[in-house]
Design a protein around this ligand. Structure first.
Ligand code: ZN
Length: 202
């Protein structure tokens, strides 16, 4: 391959994306170069718009475009029938739960787990408490992964919510240990929701 700096930089970046290595990166770049007007130009604009306009809400953690308002009451979709919040680690988890059709309520996206790379303050737990109060939430469903970090995070949240008059449930065991919510098939996810366990407070 010729040493063209612009291409090399892009190969390195694309190779960092999930499922793509440098070989696929080069094929993607060639395809775009060969289709400058139909692919490359709109791609540049779309990525630029994505960077400028789309970000995580600092309150509920979900994705929003700059046109959408997200304050305490208007966070996510306002739905008077919603009386529960499902707490997940990542937006991909939210999408999986939504796709399964088992759950109808608000989401709260932590953005990770309590681990060396994520401090507790970054996980939007304070705003979770606020949302529970403001939206008259009756049940919080902890849907973190069954990894040690996911379970530690669930325990930490349970503790943070212990003074609130709400039901706290956790997805049923039966989910393989070490599994991400995102990677579960619909059947397992539906089973886990239907058989969720009530976490008793001390
Ligand atoms: Zn929000």
């Amino acid at each position: 391959m010729q040493n063209i700096n612009e291409i090399e930089i892009l190969v390195k970046l694309i190779s960092k994306l999930p499922g793509l290595g440098s070989r696929s990166a080069k094929r993607i770049i060639l395809k775009m170069i060969n289709n400058r007007e139909e692919l490359l130009k709109p791609m540049v604009k779309a990525i630029n718009d994505l960077y400028k306009n789309v970000s995580r809400c600092k309150i509920c953690g979900t994705l929003k475009s700059s046109a959408q308002v997200c304050d305490f009451k208007k966070c996510s979709i306002i739905n008077k029938n919603f009386n529960s919040i499902c707490v997940v680690e990542n937006i991909a988890d939210q999408w999986s739960v939504e796709a399964s059709g088992i759950y109808n309520g608000y989401f709260h996206i932590l953005g990770g787990t309590i681990s060396s790379s994520h401090k507790k303050e970054e996980l939007l737990i304070n705003s979770l408490v606020e949302r529970i109060k403001v939206n008259n939430i009756e049940e919080v469903i902890l849907a973190t992964s069954t990894t040690t970090e996911g379970q530690t995070t669930a325990f930490y949240i349970q503790d943070a919510l212990k003074d609130l008059e709400i039901k706290i449930t956790k997805l049923a065991l039966g989910i393989p240990v070490g599994a991400d919510i995102e990677s579960l098939d619909d059947g397992s996810l539906i089973y886990a929701f239907k058989n969720r366990q009530n976490l008793l407070k001390d």
